[in-house]
Design a protein around this ligand. Structure first.
Ligand code: HEM
Length: 454
């Protein structure tokens, strides 16, 4: 007898264009942003294939909330993070279950308001120094400049005293290794290699850079342990954090330091690069930003207390992260059988969602491809729940969110109070798609301003 209509499981549509061996590999490794965006047309959930592996792509804000919050305990982080665990260790971003819960409780206080207040002094001083080093009427590609600034700020936030050349060299070497975690997670060949063990799949990269970074970190950790005090930096917080299940040991602290290097640099740099790209190509937006920084700062460097007054600056950044959510594709994997949107998913099922596609949905945002900071003016313009997710949500919400907002706001205020930025050539800026999206280059001409200089 046929089941009553309410018992019928919804059939999740398979996206068009699936090929026998590669599945949707061609689309994912081609114009992936356009592909994830058009998946929204399939309804609340769509099914795609990476080689033989099915992946459920969740489109509706309600179901994304199920994944990130309501049923969060039923999910692990999945494909991309499995490949990252080797080179990254078991830090907050890759850890799961109880290990994650304990770490999160220990680490979160390091990102509380009072700590951020101290870090903003570093952000302001370093952003001012970096923008002061640029020369008038020259062309500068701001991408490498922003990368250096972000790493500089993170290192000074982690270590109150200069950690020395050995650590700088070890971090640089470790970051230069390409882990290709997103590409592997989307690779049909990798998916087949997991299923057919004789195929040549991914092997962990040479552990040398990681081992050298760990050794350099250990010397610093030893020094901090011997001293025992709180130096007001993030490393002190990691070492001194304590809870019912005890403090972190050296290996755990080392994993968390490595996690901060990775999670706190590429993301913030990419967001900042997109922001200056948008601002430099929109004179009217830049003029409003400059008017605001001149009024609020009156020529002095920005600080923690200015963050809440720099409201238009924040709108510009909010809009930047809507249009360019650098974490463009998020992944989870079910750790037990569960039901999502009426569909039963066995344990081990991959589930993706794309903040990029969500943020550019015409049903959620009017004229979604237009850069319009004014859409965030006033409290009334808050996004509906689950429709704005540049930092994720739920138990895995970015622990560095407040840190990132502070850094982006302060850097943008510093740059625009000292300089007027204009695009240096008519070439369109390409968006590179990897673990994060980022602009390939942002060449600008710098004209000094007479007013408002910090
Ligand atoms: C604009 C800048 C940033 C963006 C867009 C961003 C985005 C994100 C997103 C989307 C997640 C959640 C990933 C998921 O659910 O799968 C995340 C997690 C995380 N982020 Fe960020 N992030 C930024 C800056 C930072 C900074 C500055 C730090 C640290 C200094 C940081 C540290 C972390 C950590 C440790 C996690 C893992 C949290 C957990 O799983 O409990 N992030 N970030």
């Amino acid at each position: 007898m046929a089941a009553a209509p309410t018992d019928v499981m919804p059939v999740v549509p398979v996206a068009r264009g699936r090929r026998p061996l590669t599945g949707h590999g061609r689309q994912l490794n081609g114009d992936a942003l356009a592909f994830v965006r058009q998946l929204r047309a399939y309804g609340p959930m769509a099914k795609i294939f990476i080689g033989p592996r099915p992946v459920y792509v969740v489109n509706s804000p309600e179901l994304i909330r199920e994944v990130l919050a309501v049923q969060a305990r039923g999910f692990d982080k999945g494909a991309m993070f499995d490949t990252l665990r080797g080179p990254l260790g078991n830090g907050l971003i890759t850890a799961s279950g109880d290990v994650h819960r304990r770490r999160r409780r220990l680490i979160q206080p390091g990102f509380h308001h009072e700590r951020i207040e101290r870090y903003t002094d570093i952000m302001s001083e370093r952003s001012t120094a970096r923008s002061a080093s640029w020369h008038p009427d020259t062309v500068v590609d701001l991408v490498p400049e922003i990368n250096r600034l972000t790493m500089d700020i993170l290192l000074r936030t982690l270590f109150a005293t200069d950690p020395g050349p050995a650590l700088h060299a070890a971090v640089k070497e470790w970051l230069s290794v390409k882990y290709r975690s997103m590409r592997l997670a989307l690779s049909p060949l990798q998916a087949w290699a997991e299923r057919v063990p004789v195929l040549p799949g991914w092997r962990p990269p040479d552990g040398g850079p990681l081992n050298r970074l760990r050794a350099a970190q250990q010397r610093i950790i030893d020094d901090y342990r011997a001293d025992g005090g709180d130096r007001g930096d993030l490393l002190s917080m990691l070492l001194l954090a304590d809870g019912p299940e005890g403090a972190m040991d050296d290996a755990e602290v080392a994993d968390e330091l490595i996690t901060m290097f990775l999670a706190g640099t590429g993301t913030t740099s990419a967001a900042m690069a997109f922001a200056v790209h948008e601002v430099s190509s929109r004179p009217e937006v830049q003029a409003r930003l400059q008017e605001e920084v001149d009024t609020v700062l009156g020529g002095r460097p920005p600080g923690f207390r200015d963050l809440r007054s720099l409201t238009y600056t924040r709108q510009v950044l909010t809009e930047t992260l809507r249009l360019h959510p650098v974490s463009w594709l998020s992944m989870r994997r079910t750790v037990r059988p569960l039901t999502l949107g009426g569909t039963e998913l066995p344990a081990g099922t991959d589930v993706f969602f794309s903040p990029y596609a969500l943020h550019r949905d015409a049903e959620l945002y009017e004229d979604p491809d237009r850069f319009a900071p004014e859409r965030w003016a006033g409290g009334a313009a808050r996004p509906a729940r689950g429709t704005y997710l540049p930092f994720g949500a739920g138990n895995r919400l970015c622990v560095g969110e407040e840190f990132a907002w502070a850094q982006l706001t302060i850097a943008l205020a510093c740059f625009t109070s000292r300089w007027t930025l204009a695009p240096a050539d008519g070439q369109p800026t390409r968006t590179l798609v990897g673990t994060v999206i980022r602009p390939e280059r942002v060449p600008v001409t710098l004209t000094p301003r007479r007013t408002g200089r910090p």
